[in-house]
Design a protein around this ligand. Structure first.
Ligand code: PHE
Length: 457
């Protein structure tokens, strides 16, 4: 294990952008809108925000603590803090979750490449909303083309990963993330000025509380964990590359706010257009791929807009896939003493197998379901709604039980050189609020709470 001379990100801006790059991705621009759409709109949004602030922020800070304090990969970090115990199983949960997420995420990332290709070739010209819908269905259920793009995307991720932390991860994020913001804002402006845009904004911002049920709450919590990249050691791994003077509290706050901002912008970009073009907000994973090309058609130079947008979406996806890939790669490399390039190859191979099955699950394998879900949806459900919240809960319990408050505070305040005014509040949230709330949401979804209430009524 390279603990002493461990590589770090090169600059403060690099730290922020790489971590934002990890958090901001398809989760914000592809998954968030379709989750909002299929969970009733604004009511979901409200719970999502609560989850981000009350659960996300404390879990993120706790992961930063573990990563920078130990300077280890996710499983090694737990071994270092609690040697000879089973706590490192939390790390394994994270390593597995990364592989599973990559197994469906790479497929969607592959779709973005196909759209870039089509936009550049003029293939999106002159199509109607219905054409886009049918076109997407035909493409996603095909065998070879989606697999081809998925594998290309995995190869791109692989190349960045083997170029190392500074040269690969940091450089890519620094350059692309600011550009993404600019283009999102421009598209929001176009979308809210479409005819009928208001209806979309009402759907996004005016809550209908009758829509809230246990599955909406679980979905919102899952989305918060997925979008912030927490609960599976990705931020532990990234924080292990932070410098000793990186301000952890500030970084956590900035990353959380920027991540939420991008999601909201994506919502403002998509829902007015969804209503304006009469697309069902409940469409599911294809929502963004049907809606946005319609918006681009409304613009002069529509193809250029589409190409630029999908390129940025692909880049946002790439800064996340590299962070996901880094978790198992660092684990295999450090724990088994295998060279980094070999570790990366093993991981890429495993991901490719999962991704091929996911991609096929829209077409030829659509009858192979697990608990009623196709393989793609199963990986999504298992990770976002189970493995990440469970991981987050255990991470909090772990630090609450195994770490001395003084040691915790020293790390979070850079050995007392910066203040932490809300330290006690943070500890309260980390020790009690987050684990209990996550536990309740789980029990509620499983129906255990309803059962108890019935027992006593
Ligand atoms: N947060 C990323 C996104 O929103 C996905 C991700 C999840 C990345 C977990 C790393 C770890 O796209």
């Amino acid at each position: 294990m390279e603990q002493n001379n461990r590589v770090t990100f090169g600059s403060k801006l690099g730290v922020i952008l790489a971590t934002v790059g990890c958090a901001v991705g398809l989760g914000n621009i592809w998954r968030f809108p379709y989750m909002v759409g299929s969970n009733g709109g604004a009511a979901f949004l409200l719970i999502y925000f609560l989850c981000i602030l009350l659960l996300g922020l404390p879990v993120m800070l706790t992961e930063f603590y573990i990563g920078r304090h130990t300077q280890c990969n996710t499983a090694g970090a737990f071994k270092q803090i609690a040697p000879g115990t089973r706590w490192h199983l939390i790390g394994y949960n994270g390593v597995l979750a990364s592989l599973f997420i990559l197994g469906f995420y790479s497929v969607v990332a592959g779709w973005t490449l196909q759209y870039i290709f089509e936009a550049i070739g003029g293939g999106l010209d002159g199509k109607t909303a219905e054409d886009f819908k049918l076109g997407f269905e035909a493409f996603s259920t095909e065998i070879w083309l989606p697999i081809f793009w998925t594998l290309i995307f995995i190869a791109l991720t692989h190349i960045v990963i083997i170029s190392g932390v500074k040269g690969g991860i940091e450089r890519t994020s620094k350059f692309m993330m600011p550009l993404l913001f600019v283009i999102l804002i421009a598209l929001c402006i176009r979308s809210v000025t479409l005819p009928g845009a208001m209806e979309g904004l009402i759907f996004l911002f005016k809550p209908d509380f009758s829509r809230i049920d246990s599955s909406v709450v679980l979905s919102a919590m899952g989305q918060a964990f997925f979008s912030l990249s927490i609960g599976m050691g990705c931020l532990i791994t990234y924080a292990s590359y932070f410098q000793k003077d990186t301000k952890l509290q500030r970084t956590a706050l900035e990353v959380t706010l920027l991540d939420a901002l991008v999601a909201i912008l994506a919502g403002i970009m998509i829902f007015p257009a969804v209503f304006s073009f009469n697309i069902a907000p409940t469409a599911g994973p294809e929502l963004v791929f049907i809606t946005l090309p319609n918006v681009f058609q409304q613009l002069p130079w529509g193809n250029v807009w589409s190409a630029v947008f999908f390129i940025l979406l692909a880049v946002a996806a790439l800064t996340s896939t590299i962070s996901l890939h880094e978790v198992p790669t660092a684990y295999v490399h450090e724990e088994y003493n295998i060279p980094r390039w070999k570790a990366a190859l093993i991981v890429s191979f495993g991901v490719a197998v999962l991704a091929i099955i996911s991609s096929l699950s829209f077409g030829v394998l659509k009858n192979m379901t697990i608990g009623g879900l196709i393989f793609f949806d199963f990986l999504d459900y298992l990770t976002a709604k189970i493995m990440l919240p469970l991981g987050g809960m255990l991470i909090c319990i772990f630090v609450a039980r195994r770490v001395d408050r003084k040691v915790l505070k020293a790390e979070l305040t850079n050995q007392g050189t910066i203040p932490f005014h809300f330290f006690n509040t943070y500890v309260f949230f980390m020790r009690f609020v987050a684990p209990i709330a996550i536990g309740i949401i789980f029990l509620n979804e499983l129906g255990v709470l309803q059962w108890i209430v019935r027992l006593f009524s």
